[in-house]
Design a protein. Structure first.
Length: 361
């Protein structure tokens, strides 16, 4: 899905001021868009001279005045050459960004204290581009309570120094990552991205903004050491079942899609080519019900850490689990997607996972 975002649809009943506000908000990417890909077109690119460019303009004007006052042909020539250089630089720098396509990747995930890595796919149709810088600006802070970063001049300069400088060949697509420190549990948006170029001469600056509806999930750090799992489902019945199959621990049945690969009888698969699953004691799995109200801790973050530890231990020990949270529930399963979805529910708590916008699969 590609979005140029040239003219955003505006409600017809809005006033002229409201329509202009929506237009400028869309132009400067203050509002996040749900599109997967954005192409930089004419109405999204802004061009201004750099400090070096302002110096060139000032010199050209001074030489022009000197040529007029003293009738110096050489001053005219140099002044007009500098004017032509500025015109060529403006066009070349603008073309360096025009047509560039930026695609958002999957929502990154991390544990508190780690780093979220937002992967962007950047493609350069038709021609080579160089000197492109990507900077994350105007983003929500990872500090508690979601306060906004206040960047002073020095911080902005440091941010630009760390910005990615890209060189793309014609019709090339490359993947680049923007890293964000995950200092707190929860949902952290990437925010607005500034794409800038000063190539090839450094006297003109062209830039544009892209703001995807795109968030990263920061999971709670699991409690260490891992606590014991709650009592398994139907312990008495399972004990009796184990006694019944003790004489035949390698009983087999036909493989059913969804069975854990750890229970597959690989020797029989290699011999016959048919898939079988172990049903005896050697192939049995544990089952446990992980419930929020079963945790006696009072602190919310401590309870989430305990739940994360239970989920990880269940996965490591091949134990199927169901999950019951105030924000939702998951049925009994032991697959990798089930494990990931459970941790995502912990990351977005107290908001239900289904209500979080910007989670990209």
């Amino acid at each position: 899905m590609t979005e140029n975002v040239i003219n955003s649809p505006v409600a017809p009943n809005k006033s002229w001021v409201g329509r202009q506000r929506d237009k400028w908000s869309s132009a400067f990417a203050h509002r996040a868009i749900s599109a997967d890909e954005v192409e930089l077109v004419q109405n999204r690119i802004y061009v201004l001279p750099t400090l070096r460019g302002l110096g060139v303009i000032a010199i050209a004007i001074i030489l022009l005045l000197v040529g007029v006052n003293y009738q110096l042909s050489l001053a005219y020539v140099v002044s007009f050459l500098l004017g032509g250089l500025l015109q060529v630089a403006l066009h070349a720098t603008y073309r360096n960004l025009r047509g560039l396509r930026i695609r958002a990747g999957q929502s990154p995930r991390a544990i508190v204290g780690e780093t979220l890595s937002f992967s962007l796919a950047i493609s350069s149709p038709e021609r080579m581009r160089e000197g492109i810088a990507l900077t994350r600006t105007n983003a929500e802070s990872s500090a508690p309570h979601g306060k906004l970063d206040k960047l002073n001049g020095r911080a902005i300069r440091e941010l630009l120094k760390r910005a990615l400088r890209l060189r793309l060949q014609a019709d090339q697509q490359a993947v680049y990552s923007i890293e964000v420190k995950a200092a707190r549990r929860g949902v952290i948006p990437l925010g607005r991205i500034q794409i800038e170029s000063r190539a090839p001469y450094g006297i003109i600056r062209a830039w544009s903004y892209v703001h995807f509806e795109w968030v990263g999930l920061v999971e709670p750090a699991p409690e260490m050491p891992y606590p014991e799992l709650p009592h398994a489902l139907g312990d008495d019945a399972k004990t009796a079942a184990k006694a019944d199959v003790a004489h035949d621990p390698d009983s087999l049945r036909e493989y059913v899609p969804g069975d854990s690969l750890k229970r597959v009888a690989w020797k029989q698969v290699a011999k016959s080519g048919e898939w079988y699953t172990r049903t005896g004691e050697a192939g049995q799995r544990g089952e446990v019900d992980l419930r929020w109200d079963a945790i006696s801790l009072t602190d919310t973050e401590a309870r989430l850490s305990r739940m994360a530890a239970w989920i990880d231990r269940s996965r490591n020990e091949n134990v199927a689990f169901s999950l019951s949270m105030p924000t939702g529930a998951l049925p009994l399963a032991d697959s990798a997607p089930h494990h990931m979805e459970a941790l995502a529910m912990l990351a977005t708590y107290p908001k239900p996972l289904t209500e979080v916008a910007g989670v990209r699969a």
